[in-house]
Structures are given as C-alpha cells and as structure tokens.
Ligand binder design. Structure first.
Ligand code: PYR
Length: 317
C-alpha cells in the first residue's frame, strides 16, 4: 500500500507545527507549499533533520510549485494573513479571499482527489470559497474550528474544576466567531454535568451560572486573547493540533466524532451554508452529521451564529 501524502498550503507558523506533528505521528509523507522562496524548503529541511532524534521516518519536502502536491490524500490550508491585535477574523476577508482563490485553483488542478481541511480565517467564509472554487464534493472540503474552540472550552472547565482535561467532554457548535455556541448542557466530566459540579462547588446556582458564563465568554474570545498577547500573529500550536486530529481521523478511517465546519443541507435547520456541527470523519471525509435536539436557548444562539456566518459569506465579492 502506498504511503499517505499530506500537503500543507502555507509555510507560516501553523504550517510549521502541522508539518512537525504530521511527521511525529508518521501520518505520511509531507509536502509544504508556500510562495516565499526558501521558506517551506528551510522549514521542512529543519524538521527532516531530526527524524533520527524524534524517531520518525517520512519524506518531508518544501516547495514553491503546486505540482508537488500531486497525489496528496489530504491538503491542509493555512495560507492567508493572521489577525493583528484589535482585528476580528472577519476583517481578513478581503485579503484572504484573494489568497484562497489562487490556493483553491492550485489544489483543484493538482490534487483533485484530496480531502481539504481549511484553517485560514475567516474560517466559515474561506471554507465556503475553497469548496466553490475547487468544486469538490462537500464531504471532501471541511473547516477546522470546532475542535479548537471545544478544546479551549474543555481547558477552561478543567482549570475551574481542578480535574484532568482528559476527563472533560464539551463541544462548541456554530461559526468560528464571537457568536460560536459552547454547549453548556452537554459539558461533562466523564458524564457528570459540569453545571452540577459547579453548583456543588459554589453551593449557589447563580454563582455557578456566573462562572460558566465567564468560561463561555472566554471560549468565544480565546483566539483574540492569544492575538492580544502575541501582538504579532494568532494562535498556531492549537489550530495545528486540532487540524491534525481531523486529518488523522480521515487518513486512518478512525470515524472520530469531531466538531467540524461542514456543509449543511437542512441539518440543524441550516441549508446551503458551512457551519460547525458534530461530524463523523473517516475515509470518506464527512461520513455523517450527528444531528440532535437543541433547546430553545441553544437554538437561539445557533441561529445568531448562523446569521453571522450568512452575513460574512454574503459579503464575499
Ligand atoms: C484562533 O486562534 O481561533 C484562530 O482562528 C487562529
């Protein structure tokens, strides 16, 4: 059986971590494309040279030519500018639409059978544009946002309750923006509702709600919190880890249930838009969308988030 091949479009901060993680997990051979001469070649050489130290053996190549992504099984797109402090993800739409247009054309021409995972922001618009230009089936073009947003929510819950993050289960739905929908009702510690644990901790329902509201708020603004601290870019370790989890589920047909920015055709009452929902990711990309009942409050938050996605997508020229 041929080795799998992963193409990374964009040799910036996220691209570098993606390459290292893909190599460490031996997901396959990795090629990194960037338009800047020397940048992808240098990063891939740097990572390749520690194969003997880290114990991985795969081919790593940096390139300025789209031809080198031929035969890729999975393409992960990070190309585009990151936010600066004070910017919203949506402020990037004009500049990153132009970049995504040429990236998607390059993927379409050279890796027509690949699964594509988009990370570039504003995520919901960029994945929409990527699918439109490649013309690939919807199950093969998805966006990474929910794995990261959910991971952030889980982290804050673990810190608050003093438990291992490994035992926290929580998920966010909706768009990758300030109106994302962290699902409080389903947040649990090994099945025990987080709200019940908070109420027992504080012996006060109102205080428990206040603490949860603060974690929801922090989750929604978590990308911006990192941008404000870094001052020169946005988060890169966490988006890379999150996308690698999605890629691994597809490449190894793991059928993980991961919050994925997926094209909806009526699910959750949304038709014709990419929105974050729980998906089964396997060898066919999005194999199932797991729909479930939202209560009135969750549905209202979802509607607000979807309205923001629609406005964003509608603003693309
Ligand atoms: C985030 O940190 O949330 C990004 O979108 C990069």
């Amino acid at each position: 059986m041929a080795r799998k091949k992963i193409a990374l479009i964009g040799g910036g901060q996220i691209g570098g971590v993606l390459a290292q993680l893909a190599a460490l997990r031996e997901l396959g051979d990795v090629v990194m494309f960037d338009i800047v001469e020397g940048l992808p070649q240098g990063k891939m050489l740097d990572i390749a040279e520690v194969g003997s130290v880290d114990g991985f053996d795969c081919n790593l190549k940096g390139t300025n030519s789209y031809e080198d992504i031929k035969g890729s099984d999975v393409v992960i797109v990070t190309a585009g500018l990151p936010r600066k402090p004070g910017m919203s993800r949506d402020d990037l739409i004009e500049v990153n639409s132009k970049i995504m247009t040429s990236v998607a054309e390059g993927i379409k021409a050279n890796a027509p059978n690949a699964f594509v995972i988009v990370i570039s922001n504003p995520l919901d618009a960029m994945v929409t544009l990527c699918q439109k230009i490649t013309g690939f089936p919807y199950n093969r073009v998805i966006g990474q946002a929910g794995v990261l947003d959910s991971a952030r929510f889980k982290t804050f819950i673990a810190w608050e309750l003093g438990v291992s993050v490994k035992d926290v289960n929580a998920m966010t739905l909706g768009g990758h923006g300030d109106d994302m929908v962290p699902l409080v009702r389903y947040a649990s510690v090994n099945g025990i509702p987080v709200m019940e644990l908070l109420e027992r901790k504080y012996k006060d329902k109102a205080k428990a709600k206040e603490v949860m509201d603060a974690m929801v708020k922090r989750t929604r603004g978590a990308g911006g919190e990192v941008v404000a601290l870094l001052k020169t870019g946005s988060a890169f370790y966490s988006p890379a880890s999150s996308a690698i989890q999605m890629a691994e589920s597809i490449l190894k047909d793991q059928k993980r249930v991961l919050p994925t920015c997926a094209y909806l055709n009526g699910e959750f009452g949304v038709k014709g838009f990419y929105v974050g929902v729980p998906c089964v990711l396997g060898e066919n990309g999005v194999e199932q969308i797991l729909e479930f009942e939202l209560d009135a409050e969750e549905q209202a938050m979802m509607d607000k988030s979807v309205a923001a996605v629609k406005e964003l997508v509608g603003s693309m020229k």
